[in-house]
Ligand binder design. Structure first.
Ligand code: SAH
Length: 350
């Protein structure tokens, strides 16, 4: 039986269905409040509804469509879920806790078509976009792992897939999360990470919400970027930067540039000088990400001295820069790694 995914429908669509079945429209609002605020994951739990409505809903609708194929916790508390959709395709999402922050890291696609040479998510290519409901389901499933008194404080769209290649579904999901009818999260606490698709970055700017944009730069030199981020030869470094500048101009939000540090590839002093020169006159922030080793990939993470040297050179240009802490190391928390391991093992977890 094909059940309608609740999270893929608007409140109006749900209310129409409810009215069509002879019940009052306001029950739609109640259902969404129970799902978003009270963590209901099935209709039987929504005791505020008339029993016959609960029963009819359960026959036609479902709150979640996925199932949990793996649930792993790292010693630092980082928790990763591997979700399987009805077509058996899988994505990962991660919950991170630090001080008062509770951050959900979301996927937007199964696989990825960008082909960044150091990334595990794209090794098998692009499979499909996630729906709005599948993106929202990740948010709610991660939030439901928190103790009752805790709330999600941040979202980072840094899981599997190229976020902006699935812009419409992503924005529909995020706008819901940030609306009072969703989780009421501030859009300023949502970071969307992109490989840098200029047209989509401009579309995001036109959408006019103060989401924080992070651009995966990884090289300040066009030829080196072509090698590490193959999509670059179609878009070009200059257009990526121009679109990022336009995003800042339109939203007033400072753009973050992510830079994966790969030993001997893009971590040399000359690379740091190029990056510093490129960003010196921009209001930008650099986030250095020491490479997370991926089995089968030959790249290496630089040592702490090389990381520090790189950071200091860039800072010397007056550019704000931080090094990202690695979280969840023993649970393959870097994007795409858990799915890869599960799908490579002879008897995949079901
Ligand atoms: N498609 C989006 C989201 C990718 S994941 C993007 O390109 O931004 C978020 C960040 O992790 C990106 O900057 C990505 O390049 C980086 N990343 C991917 N694989 C990595 C690895 N093995 N080690 C460190 N960072 C990695």
């Amino acid at each position: 039986m094909n059940l309608r995914p609740l999270l893929d429908h608007s409140e109006t669509e749900l209310a129409d269905w409810i009215a069509g079945h002879g019940f009052r429209r306001y029950h739609a609002r109640q259902i969404l409040r129970w799902v978003f605020d009270r963590r209901a994951t099935d209709f039987a739990a929504i005791t505020e509804l008339p029993k016959p409505l609960r029963e009819q809903l359960a026959q036609s609708w479902t709150v979640f469509t996925g199932s949990i194929d793996a649930d792993v916790t790292a010693p630092d508390g980082t928790r990763k879920l591997l979700l399987a959709w009805p077509d058996r395709r899988r994505v990962e999402c991660v919950l991170m806790a630090e001080a008062d922050r509770r951050t959900a890291c979301l996927s937007t696609q199964v696989g990825c078509g960008m082909g960044c040479v150091f990334c595990a998510s794209g090794l098998k290519g692009f499979e499909r976009n996630l729906t709005r409901g599948e993106i929202l389901e990740q948010v709610l499933r991660l939030r439901n792992l928190l103790p009752p008194q805790e709330r999600l404080t941040h979202i980072v769209v840094m899981g599997m897939g190229e976020s902006l290649a699935n812009l419409d579904h992503l924005l529909a999901a995020l706008d819901r999360v940030c609306s009072p009818a969703g989780l009421g999260l501030s859009p300023r606490r949502v970071t969307i990470s992109t490989v840098g698709l200029p047209d989509k970055m401009r579309a995001l700017a036109r959408h006019n919400r103060p989401y924080h944009l992070a651009v995966s730069l990884h090289a300040a030199d066009p030829e080196l970027r072509d090698r590490l981020v193959p999509i670059n030869d179609k878009v070009g470094l200059n257009d990526v930067l121009a679109a990022a500048d336009a995003y800042f101009a339109a939203t007033g939000r400072q753009v973050t540039y992510e830079y994966v540090l790969l030993h001997g590839v893009n971590d040399r002093p000359e690379d740091a000088h190029k990056l510093g020169r490129l960003l010196a006159h921009r209001k930008a922030h650099v986030n250095l990400i020491p490479f997370n080793p991926v089995p089968d990939l030959r790249f290496r993470r630089p040592g702490p001295d090389a990381i520090r040297r790189f950071e200091e050179i860039v800072r010397g240009y007056g550019v704000a820069i931080t090094v990202r802490k690695t979280k969840g190391r023993p649970i393959d928390a870097a994007c795409g790694q858990l799915r890869r391991r599960v799908e490579a093992s002879p008897a995949p977890a079901t």
